[in-house]
Design a protein around this ligand. Sequence first.
Ligand SMILES: Nc1ncnc2c1ncn2[C@@H]1O[C@H](COP(=O)(O)OP(=O)(O)OP(=O)(O)O)[C@@H](O)[C@H]1O
Ligand SMILES: [Mg+2]
Length: 322
Amino acid sequence: MYQKTTFLNNPDASNEEPKKFTFDYSYWSHDGFRETAKGLILRDPNHPNGDKYCDQLTVYNDLGKGVLHNAWEGYNSTLFAYGQTSSGKSWSIVGYGVNKGIVPMFCEDLFKNIADSKSAGEKIEFEVRFSMLEIYNEIVRDLINVSHTKKRGLKVREHPTKGFFAEGLSSTLVTSYKDIETQLDFGTTNRSIASTNMNATSSRAHTIVGITLIQKSRNVKGQETSKTSVVNLVDLAGSERASATGATGDRLKESAAINQSLSCLGNCIHSLAERATGRNVRAVSLIPGPQVPEIKKKSVNKESRRSKKEPPRNSDTGPPYD
Ligand SMILES: Nc1ncnc2c1ncn2[C@@H]1O[C@H](COP(=O)(O)OP(=O)(O)OP(=O)(O)O)[C@@H](O)[C@H]1O
Ligand SMILES: [Mg+2]
């Protein structure tokens, strides 16, 4: 790995040119870290790759802070972790125990910003709501109000102005970071996770943490105005080959649903990226069943801010993702 470029060497053909993939960011987490007695993973300054190791805070500063900024400005935003099983998606988005990922750091910063606004004397009233759902074998489950979810799951519906939503999904009012942390821990324990040959804590479902921020204030005429932004932080289940993960039975069924919805999501994002470059293509093909593209579409509607990033170059891994 060098700066933004990751090089892949074929171990069976050492004279072959390495494959190059250039991204907005490339992170090293293979080695160069140490674990403290409390289980915290930190850079190891004594390791030759210690400087290179990318910790959770760096990822949050690079990717999470921009989402918070957009939310503050009133834009809807979505951040996806997409990739092969065991590549570190759940680690980066939610984190494990003391190694907090983007979601807890985002929520902590959100409440810090609210406290700063109050102490600066700004006359803004804030309302924060938290929801957490997963899409398991194409069934949408509420991870906070588990008993709420019927056997066939929550229905995904479209509202003419607000876009797509999961009908009946609980949305809890939270007034402090502690509140959110409690909800997040509770939701996390309800996630569908299982051990495979490639990951002892493999996500078997796509998980979406939804945070709604409402800012109410009065304009110069004394009229009440409000700004609402919806943030979706998404930890997708990873694509996998059954031969590598050893999936059979339930694991195999999950794996088929995961791969199908990921490829459907890939097509959806590809169409949106094509449209962003001015090509006249159908925006989204809504295939009945897979729920992910519908929820993704909600996050890229008129009120959202989209940033187009460079697709990986010299890559045959599929469409570019924003
Ligand atoms: N940056 C990192 N530093 C140290 N350990 C890591 C890092 N990223 C991931 N891990 C470890 O690698 C393992 C796999 O990570 P993780 O569960 O996040 O993968 P995933 O991409 O979510 O996989 P799946 O698609 O199967 O859910 C975990 O045990 C995690 O603790
Ligand atoms: Mg995972």
